[in-house]
Design a protein around this ligand. Structure first.
Ligand SMILES: [Zn+2]
Length: 445
């Protein structure tokens, strides 16, 4: 344990802080009443000069008196290290510099080859360390496994000799030496020997004598597997998963045209085209409005609730990431207005059903699940507080808690899974029955 810990410290590299980025800090105290103990961290960029007492603000400022201007702040430390970060987190609609800044950041022009080498070196080092820990762990468990294995050895030894093939092996080797056309006598001899071996495997008289050994073995095996099972295939499965992830990492350079989303992968282009064929056009995709990004703003249920209230009649795109790195989401279109009921006219039986175009999707699994007709794609809890449910996709297809922990999914409740072989509806979306959401992006289409 001590060894592992020491190695871990050695590996502790500041992953986020790339070598070409210089960190600068200027220590200024906030002048707002009651904030003297706080350091200035933000630069307010609100266009109206009269509503802001001081452009230099602290965390208390943006959580308190200036919370309405939260999305109009630059992070001072980031600006000091690179002027281009001034409008990195702001959302000024119709502002030329905002548009320029969004495009600039979407292109990642400030990342160098050295930054990439540094990241990959960090990954290499971390993976090697994790593999070392894995090896120690599996080998130490093997010792325990061997201890219980010894206890069933007696029963195994009672049955194992009946499979003895060594004598036949000698005969087969000699037979092979006789070349491609062995004399009929040899052919008959080898076949008789093999017949005898096979007959013994099916001989009920011999089996009767061994029945007790097998019963004893069964009892011991039950006991054995309760203590420790050995799943050697997990190592191969793990390797396959790692290779898949590396394949995904190779797409670091790819044509993913939805640069505003940091969570999405290449499959997003198929999702966007499903929403509207026009999204084949990259410039159209760049015009999609980002309403909320937890990566910048943090996961805040109240901010999300405000967006949901304001955008009740909007078409929204949600992208979630769970703590076990599954990425999934939904496109929700407001439910179509029900046709006016013209009593007493009977409902025309063959009227074409108006299909709501909403759907859920998994970017990790590359699947799309359309909404079943007559269900509401999105419902939110107007009275959500920090301990209850925030919103639901379908009836139970995805249930998001305000805490973003213990979220659940019963995929297929309102969204259609046909076309995919899904064995466990509760586990499919996030690979877990209960899961935590660690990132969320919301876009308005
Ligand atoms: Zn302050």
């Amino acid at each position: 344990m001590a060894l592992a810990l020491a190695k871990n410290i050695d590996l502790h590299l500041p992953y986020q802080q790339l070598p070409t980025k210089k960190q600068k800090k200027i220590k200024i105290h906030c002048l707002e009443y009651g904030h003297r103990d706080q350091k200035v961290e933000y630069l307010n960029l609100t266009p109206e000069t009269d509503v802001i007492k001081s452009r230099l603000q602290c965390i208390k400022c943006i959580n308190g008196p200036y919370s309405n201007f939260r999305q109009q702040n630059a992070v001072l430390e980031e600006v000091l290290s690179d002027d281009m970060n001034v409008m990195k987190h702001t959302h000024f609609q119709g502002n030329l510099y905002q548009e320029f800044s969004n495009l600039y950041h979407s292109l990642n022009l400030d990342i160098s080859k050295d930054d990439i080498k540094f990241r990959i070196a960090t990954i290499k080092k971390q993976i090697l360390y994790d593999l070392q820990v894995l090896e120690q762990d599996v080998l130490s468990n093997y010792d325990k496994y061997q201890e219980i294995q010894d206890k069933i050895k007696q029963q195994v030894d009672n049955l194992k000799p009946d499979f003895d093939f060594s004598e036949l092996q000698v005969h087969l080797e000699n037979y092979a030496k006789e070349g491609p056309n062995p004399p009929p006598k040899s052919q008959k001899k080898i076949n008789d020997l093999l017949n005898k071996y096979v007959q013994n495997l099916h001989n009920p008289k011999i089996a009767q004598k061994k029945i007790d050994s097998l019963e004893q073995l069964k009892t011991k095996v039950n006991d054995f597997t309760k203590k420790l099972c050995f799943h050697i295939h997990k190592l191969d499965q793990g390797m396959e998963k790692i290779q898949n992830i590396i394949e995904e990492m190779k797409k670091t350079f790819s044509e993913n045209n939805f640069t505003q989303s940091q969570l999405s992968n290449d499959y997003i282009s198929i999702v966007l085209e499903r929403i509207d064929k026009d999204y084949k056009d990259t410039t159209k995709v760049e015009q999609i409005k980002n309403l909320y990004t937890s990566i910048h703003e943090g996961l805040k249920y109240d901010t999300i609730l405000n967006h949901l209230k304001q955008e009740e009649s909007s078409k929204l795109l949600f992208i979630f990431k769970s703590s076990n790195s599954q990425i999934f989401g939904a496109y929700t279109s407001p439910a179509l207005a029900p046709a006016p009921v013209l009593a007493p006219a009977p409902a025309p039986a063959l009227a074409p059903a108006v299909q709501n175009p909403s759907f859920m999707f998994s970017l990790s699994k590359q699947q799309i699940y359309p909404l079943n007709s007559n269900t509401k794609p999105l419902q939110y809890n107007k009275d959500a507080n920090d301990i209850n449910e925030l919103f639901t996709l379908g009836t139970q297809d995805l249930v998001i808690q305000s805490s973003f922990e213990k979220c659940k999914s019963k995929l297929g409740s309102s969204f259609d899974l046909s076309g995919y072989q899904i064995t466990n509806q509760d586990m499919h979306l996030a690979n877990a029955v209960e899961f935590e959401i660690v990132a969320l992006e919301i876009f308005k289409l």
